[in-house]
Design a protein around this ligand. Structure first.
Ligand code: 4AZ
Length: 253
């Protein structure tokens, strides 16, 4: 997160940190959001397609500092990674940048609700928030595009939703931003998501609930003038989320 401030995990209790083990060491990979005690929603571009062995991944919930074990954290293995079959990588425009991860502990448990760990609401079908709605982004990602290291501490920032038209025509060339995406940025270009925040939440308040409206997906640099962050538009995937969660749950019953 660029231009943000330190956040307590209690204020973002749905935030997930996804790690990948490479030659014996855990490396931070991406953010995610807990949408059900057993499921984390994230970005498809976080994973190799087809995904590597599930056993290399770990998911943390309730974590304020990346490399410090927190007494409130919960850690999970990855049971399943379901990347959207229509995902196209960088070269294909990052369409359908969404993935579901099923989590479970060594003893087969899903997440346990606490002050530090809680699910976020999915938007209602068709929810279309107006331009300039203030939303919140959070993550452990870089605080500057050129930083070497991730933030280590959970950070959050506010960004404003940008109209589809303005984003397509004024900020990115027409074709890159599709209706499955939503743009958001700071009017002064001071705050933005950055490398490592991918997969993490953009939440917007709607009817008094913090609602997961976007998934950090891509952008030209970080907090660059006239280059807003681009997010996967969660409302376009409600059926996909539902049917995949149900299909896997039914299979394992
Ligand atoms: C990235 O490389 C990335 N400013 C994520 C978000 C943004 C840019 C890059 C948005 O993961």
């Amino acid at each position: 997160i660029v231009g943000g401030s330190q956040a307590e995990v209690e204020s973002q209790p749905w935030i997930a940190g996804i790690f990948q083990n490479i030659r014996g060491t855990d490396h931070f990979l991406c953010g995610g959001s807990l949408i059900d005690p057993c499921w984390v929603l994230t970005a498809a571009h976080c994973f190799h397609t087809p995904p590597q062995k599930k056993s290399i991944y770990k998911v943390f919930l309730g974590k304020s500092i990346l490399n410090v074990t927190d007494k409130n954290e919960q850690v999970f293995m990855v049971d399943d990674i379901i990347s959207h079959p229509g995902f196209t990588d960088d070269t294909g425009g990052n369409e359908n940048d969404i993935a579901l991860i099923r989590i479970r502990t060594a003893s087969g448990q899903c997440a346990v609700e606490s002050k530090y760990v809680r699910t976020v609401c999915l938007p209602e079908p068709g929810l279309d928030l107006s331009d300039n709605t203030r939303c919140e982004i959070a993550g452990y990602g870089k605080q500057d595009f050129y930083d070497i290291y991730y933030a280590q501490r959970l950070m959050s920032a506010t960004v404003n939703l940008i109209s589809q038209k303005k984003c397509k025509h004024d900020y990115y060339d027409n074709i890159r931003v599709t209706d499955n995406m939503v743009c958001a940025g700071d009017p002064m270009w001071k705050t933005d998501a950055c490398k490592g925040d991918s997969g993490g939440p953009m939440v917007c308040e709607h009817n008094g609930r913090m609602t997961l409206y976007g998934i950090v997906s891509w952008g030209d640099g970080c907090a660059k003038e006239n280059k807003p962050g681009v997010y996967t538009r969660v409302t376009r995937y409600l059926n996909w989320i539902d049917s995949n969660m149900n299909a896997v749950t039914a299979k394992s019953r």
